[in-house]
Design a protein around this ligand. Structure first.
Ligand SMILES: Nc1ncnc2c1ncn2[C@@H]1O[C@H](COP(=O)(O)OP(=O)(O)OP(=O)(O)O)[C@@H](O)[C@H]1O
Length: 673
């Protein structure tokens, strides 16, 4: 994606515009630009008239406080900008905040956050008062003023500005390490997730599309009442939570839509509970606030020291701010300090923290969707069409023309670089690999049987085993079909796209047919068992649990379990076949093997149901899954909806084809579709 497009003046014309509900592919722009987190200081006016108690001085972009270790000396700090007690909200907005808003319209992330100890003026800075509004209302106002200008008024009257931008508003707080939806207070513990593109999002968070400043006011006022505020000894209206406004700004230019995000964050203040007088619930809140701010400090230290692991996950706050601190974002931190001597130690710590935060470098990329005129193939329904559902958890590509009253839920930004036929080709390749894998196993088993029977003295009149001959014949046939398919792939086609579109499903069908025509190795082995071969030494194979340890042929990876085990729990860990102590009786085995294909199909469907419905603790009982992978499966499901096939497992970060193969095999899944 050429990001230079995002820097040009918009060139939309009514004629060049595509229908807004076209399928779009979203990509991160290839170009990364590095910017430092901008750190500015704001010293609030003293709340008392006693000037002898003031300990903070400002001059230009420098702040001074006395050195508590040697009070004859002053400590001096330098920042991008320093705003003293006389500075206005407007000034701060114009200098620090307004210049960043254009980045959001170009599809980049922007974060504006107020940091500082309790009572230093963070909420005042972000929210302000009716007479002197803070950063949040000013951002909203400017955004709605500037959007039409940014998106091509030059294109003339044909341009419908309302449908060329979409601003979605969300409002949340992190209270006692829980994410609460302030637009929907019944949601009190929403999960924070990361998509395949490393974008952080809150799953299930309410998003409201707003079209004007008035829309914002109508939502923000009542929702603010849901914030957790309380009086402490240091602040009559102290924020007991970190409060975050999230704006998603989608702007269309030609066939591209730029997806920017703005975070406006009013952090809770660090608290010294010897001075706040907090007890009981206030003390608990304070513990959570201080902990998350402590982790924020650790994150900043880890970034500054180039540590391999940044502890973003150690608190909800840092997890959510991952983009803003060391991620992909234009960030400004307005550091609020109190001038009074009684706040000296808080001010000293805050200035030190602000100093080290200045070193953080973020790299910025734009998130851009491109219209793709072609209809998606049916099999891509999940990755494209369904992903456009609005109001569902998978609303990946919101329509820009949504009405402002529409409420939808936050969704992860889609993964990058979806080539229209890519998933189909991948599935095809995966299917072929699976077929080849199965064939290889069958060949190995057949050759082992051969070896065993060759080592046995043969009766002079005995005939070659017909079952073995049959399986060999089928194997040769499947091999031939595979070869044909491969040759077919190499042939030049009418057009590459047509070939993929038209022929892939057929190839899939013929592969499936080829697979279905191969008798199960178990049925062959079973036949051998029934024809007296049971007396022969059984074949060594992989057990149901995947352990190569038993002499029981019923423990082959292709073994079909008894109907009784086809319950919901069947896919979960079991030690049934880990030892050869309980081999299946030949008669039971035989009845199972008679309807191998439908059983296997049913089994596969059940396994898919498990993946789509089981909670984390159940998922981790699956063979080879464990707690971490169970969480990944669960998270993916939450973010993207149900798995339509086992191929979808490949979309989970860290799930390699090799691992998926082993997961399916160890859970008795023969094929993947
Ligand atoms: N620049 C300012 N001009 C005038 N009054 C201010 C300014 N900054 C802060 N104040 C006042 O100082 C008091 C504390 O401010 P505020 O509630 O914004 O602090 P805070 O940092 O958000 O505290 P907490 O972390 O406890 O929520 C309020 O009464 C507020 O009106």
């Amino acid at each position: 994606m050429d990001v230079s497009a995002s820097r040009k003046r918009p060139t939309i014309s009514g004629a060049s515009r595509k229908p807004l509900d076209m399928v779009m592919e979203r990509k991160k722009s290839g170009e990364k630009r590095q910017t430092r987190v901008k750190v500015v200081i704001r010293v609030r006016p003293p709340l008392t008239q006693d000037n002898s108690k003031i300990c903070v001085g400002t001059a230009g972009n420098k702040v001074e406080i006395f050195n508590h270790r040697n009070i004859k000396e002053n400590l001096q700090y330098e920042f991008s900008s320093v705003f003293d007690k006389s500075s206005s909200q407007r000034e701060i907005f114009e200098v620090c905040v307004k210049p960043l808003l254009g980045h959001a319209i170009k599809g980049e992330n922007v974060s504006i956050f107020a940091y500082g100890p309790t009572g230093a003026g963070k909420t005042y800075t972000m929210l302000g008062t009716e007479e002197d509004p803070g950063m949040i209302p000013r951002v909203m106002h400017t955004l709605f003023q500037s959007l039409p200008a940014h998106c091509g008024t030059a294109a003339g009257p044909a341009l419908n500005a309302a449908s060329d931008h979409k601003v979605s508003f969300s409002f949340l707080e992190i209270y006692n390490e829980k994410v609460q939806d302030l637009l929907n207070p019944s949601e009190t513990d929403l999960p924070i997730r990361e998509d395949g593109n490393h974008n952080i999002f809150v799953a299930g968070l309410t998003e409201k599309v707003i079209r004007s400043f008035d829309d914002f006011k109508h939502l923000f006022g009542p929702a603010s009442k849901n914030r957790t505020m309380a009086a402490t000894k240091l602040n009559d209206r102290s924020s007991r939570s970190h409060c975050i406004v999230q704006l998603k700004v989608d702007s269309r230019r030609g066939n591209q839509v730029y997806h920017g995000k703005i975070y406006l964050i009013d952090l809770a203040g660090s608290e010294d509970n010897r001075r706040t007088g907090n007890i009981g619930i206030r003390l608990k809140e304070s513990g959570a606030i201080n902990k998350s701010l402590f982790v924020l400090g650790e994150v900043v230290d880890a970034i500054n020291n180039n540590l391999p692991r940044i502890p973003y996950r150690n608190s909800k706050l840092t997890r959510l701010l991952q983009d803003s601190i060391g991620g992909s974002c234009h960030a400004v931190m307005i550091t609020n300090v109190s001038p009074e001597e009684s706040f000296y130690y808080d001010t000293y710590c805050t200035l030190n923290f602000a100093t080290k935060s200045r070193k953080i470098v973020n790299s910025n990329t734009a998130s851009i969707s491109v219209d793709r005129p072609a209809e998606p193939p049916k099999s891509l329904k999940r990755s494209h069409s369904e992903s456009q559902r609005v109001g569902g958890k998978t609303a990946k590509h919101p329509k820009l023309s949504d009405g402002h009253s529409t409420s939808s839920h936050a969704s992860p930004p889609p993964s990058a670089d979806i080539s229209p036929l890519g998933p189909l080709v991948q599935r095809q390749d995966h299917l072929e690999r699976t077929v080849k894998g199965c064939m290889k196993k069958m060949e190995d088993l057949v050759s082992k049987i051969h070896l065993k029977s060759a080592s046995k003295p043969r009766h002079p009149t005995s005939k070659p085993d017909p079952a073995l001959a049959e399986i060999q014949r089928q194997l040769t046939q499947v091999q031939r079909q595979l070869k044909e398919l491969e040759q077919h792939r190499e042939k030049p086609a009418v057009t590459e796209q047509q070939r993929k579109k038209e022929q892939k499903p057929d190839r899939r069908r013929s592969l499936r047919k080829a697979l279905a025509s191969v008798p199960s190795i178990d049925s062959v082995l079973k036949d051998k068992t029934n024809t007296g071969s049971s007396s022969q030494a059984p074949v060594k194979g992989v057990t149901k649990s995947g352990v190569w340890m038993t002499e029981d042929p019923s423990c082959s990876p292709l073994f079909v379990p008894a109907p009784s085990s086809l319950s919901f729990n069947k896919g979960f860990k079991s030690t049934a076949c880990k030892t050869s102590a309980a081999p299946r009786t030949p008669s039971k085995f035989k009845s199972d093997a008679a309807n191998f294909t439908s059983q296997q199909k049913k089994q596969n469907e059940e396994f898919l149901t498990i993946l789509n419905t089981a909670p984390v603790r159940r998922l981790q009982e699956l063979h080879t899954v464990g707690a971490k992978r169970a969480r990944l499966i669960f998270d993916w499901r939450q973010a993207h909806g149900d798995f339509s096939s086992f191929d979808d497992l490949g979309d989970i970060p860290g799930f390699t084809q090799k691992y998926i193969h082993s997961l399916l095999q160890r859970n008795f899944i023969l094929t993947d579709d």
